[in-house]
Design a protein around this ligand. Structure first.
Ligand SMILES: NC(=O)c1ccc[n+]([C@@H]2O[C@H](COP(=O)([O-])OP(=O)(O)OC[C@H]3O[C@@H](n4cnc5c(N)ncnc54)[C@H](OP(=O)(O)O)[C@@H]3O)[C@@H](O)[C@H]2O)c1
Length: 234
């Protein structure tokens, strides 16, 4: 069912996977409703697209901002068909005890609490309508550990657990899916792996060229399953 026009909410549209996915989905004719935390960056992405999507400035780690954004979106568009919790941050590549506390906290506030804020804000309307899919960007490190990335690893393990638990709470017709996007050459990966290793992987636009169909093809039967997009790079 990837040919019908879908109402898609996506967070973190200013760069990386969120931007590439937004560009691809808008190009496919879907109604994309996005948010980012920096006004100039949000405006730059919006102006570059045709038709210009409905974007807002909202920091997902701010529960009040997310609630206000969601109220506005629900008022204008009604319940979304698909919510993609994409916004996420990493932290300096350091052993746990050397990661600055504020960086660790930002990862928890964005990657875990931000996802919870967005689900809390949109789910009641989706439940009332009786349909919809939430996709929470997880990671390969949602199920295993790597060195020097403790806060991020912890946050993605939490996304796996949170998504599976929410899936159990949802009524029929709705789904919540933790999705590992694969390794893609974005600023997040470059910061952790270094530019050379990161550059061996697909760029975000190449990734979006097949990831968009994969995400649009997700079904409620996959609710609560840990899924992973097979990237085409090494
Ligand atoms: N790249 C990979 O290989 C990879 C692998 C596994 C999982 N992931 C996951 O995929 C998602 C996207 O990652 P990426 O690689 O595209 O990262 P990225 O290039 O660093 O982009 C992250 C995006 O999230 C936005 N963002 C961050 N904090 C936010 C907040 N509090 N509120 C709203 N927007 C916020 C950023 O906005 P600003 O421009 O304002 O910073 C940016 O648009 C993340 O959840 C990440 O954990 C990525």
């Amino acid at each position: 069912m990837t040919d019908e026009v879908r109402k898609i909410v996506i967070t973190g549209i200013t760069r990386g996977l969120g931007r590439a996915l937004t560009e691809k989905l808008v190009g496919m004719g879907h109604t994309v409703i996005g948010c980012g935390r920096r006004f100039e960056a949000v405006e730059a992405v919006r102006r570059a697209l045709d038709p210009e999507p409905y974007f807002s400035v909202a920091d997902v780690s701010d529960a009040t901002a997310v609630q206000e954004w969601a109220l506005d979106v629900l008022d204008r568009f009604g319940a979304p068909d698909l919510v993609i919790n994409n916004a996420g941050v990493g932290h300096a590549s350091l052993p746990f005890w050397e990661v600055p506390m504020e960086e660790f906290d930002a990862v928890i506030d964005t990657n875990i609490k931000g996802v919870a804020h967005v689900m809390r804000a949109f789910l009641p309307a989706m439940i009332e309508r009786g349909s919809g899919i939430i996709v929470n960007m997880s990671s390969g490190v949602g199920q295993r550990a790597v060195e020097n990335f403790s806060g991020y690893v912890a946050s993605k393990h939490a996304i796996e657990g949170l998504s599976k638990a929410v899936a159990k709470d949802l009524p029929p017709g709705l789904a919540c899916i933790p999705l590992a996007p694969g390794a893609i050459d974005t600023e997040l990966l470059q910061r952790h792996w270094g530019e050379e290793r990161s550059s061996q992987h697909d760029d975000p636009q190449t990734w979006a060229s097949y990831a968009a169909d994969y995400i649009l093809g997700l079904t409620v039967e996959q609710s609560g399953q840990s899924l992973r997009i097979q990237t085409r790079s090494v």
